[in-house]
Design a protein around this ligand. Structure first.
Ligand code: ATP
Length: 314
């Protein structure tokens, strides 16, 4: 087939703990990642030349080689030059619904979609683990975005253990349109402020990351206990982002006062999410927060947790 349309879900972090630094300069993390039903759409089309072209309906997103989706196509072209010659290049059209620089892995999910889509277009038949291996070369969140669902992610975020998917919960997201947080800034500020607490020996790092596997959040997820999951949400990056951006803290407080199961910033922020037990509760919470903070720059979404990552649109 010469064209594919893909649905590209965002993720939230139910848990993000920074354990230490790594020799490659990245942080050693322990996370629980969750796909949500807020998605971009990507249309891929074969080109008769060997070029890669990207365009996006959101002007905040670059249309050049710095676009992660472009880099994913470039990686496939360099890994599979014969297929590039046989099938031609690719045009990537991104319909952006996931807010940009929001801690929701929008760019990473786009890159994952391009890997999945080109695998199909070029009939490569790559396995999930082969796709994840390629994804690791593009960024720490990219491997998770391929299969999505609910997963524990350790290392830089690329070592994945899928756990039974959590699909019975709803989520409300809030983000100020004019506020973006750079992931690089958040992690480097965290290193400056908390670097002295980092674990350095392999044994302690391993024992801390295995603690997440057997920890209370993962058992609450296994039991689908929404109230407990809400209480156990955690994100170390809040320690640097909330003091810098009081309006993010205010959002968190607004959610808290609206009777949600739990609230937390996602990834490096500034999106704040809150878990709700039902669709009607999610709608009520969305309206309550809108009333508490009637700022026209505040975007709110009510959606649900989902069990999948990239999928072909029907
Ligand atoms: P993460 O949660 O993985 O840290 P994020 O959600 O915070 O990611 P992105 O939406 O991926 O952040 O955007 C981060 C930066 O990457 C943006 O400032 C944007 O310029 C750039 N970027 C490159 N490619 C894309 C893409 N396909 N979609 C969105 N942003 C992109």
């Amino acid at each position: 087939m010469r064209s594919y349309s893909l649905i590209v879900p965002a993720k939230i972090n139910l848990y993000l703990e920074i354990l230490g630094s790594r020799p490659d300069g990245y942080h050693e993390l322990a996370m629980v990642l969750q796909s949500i039903d807020l998605a971009d759409r990507i249309d891929l089309r074969s080109l008769s030349t060997d070029t890669i072209r990207v365009h996006c309906d959101n002007p905040q997103v670059p249309a050049d080689k710095s676009n992660l989706a472009y880099r994913a196509a470039e990686l496939m072209a360099s890994e599979f030059p014969k297929s590039l010659a046989q099938y031609g290049g690719v045009e990537i059209a991104i319909a952006k619904r996931i807010p940009v620089a929001a801690g929701l892995a929008g760019g990473s999910a786009n890159a994952a979609a391009v890997l999945v889509g080109i695998d199909l277009m070029w009939q490569l038949g790559l396995t999930q683990s082969e796709l994840e291996e390629l994804a690791t070369q593009l960024g720490s969140d990219v491997p998770f975005c391929i299969a999505g669902g609910t997963a524990i992610a350790t290392g830089r975020g690329e070592k994945l253990s899928t756990i039974p998917a959590l699909t019975n919960l709803h989520v409300v997201l809030a983000k100020y349109r004019n506020l973006a947080v750079s992931t690089v800034w958040a992690y480097s500020t965290y290193r400056q402020q908390f670097g002295s607490t980092y674990l350095s020996d392999t044994e302690s790092l391993q024992s801390r990351s295995s603690r997440v596997h057997s920890g209370p959040l993962v058992s609450a997820i296994a039991q689908k206990d929404g109230a407990k999951i809400g209480q156990l949400l955690h994100n170390d990056l809040e320690k640097v982002v909330l003091p810098e951006h009081p309006q993010v803290l205010r959002l968190r407080e607004a959610f808290q006062s609206s009777g949600v199961l739990g609230t937390m910033m996602s990834g490096s922020g500034p999106t704040v999410f809150a878990l709700a037990a039902s669709e009607s509760q999610a709608q009520e919470v969305k309206q309550a927060v809108r009333k508490l903070i009637p700022d026209p720059n505040l975007d709110l979404w009510a959606t649900k947790l989902i069990a999948n990552g990239i999928r072909v649109a029907n």
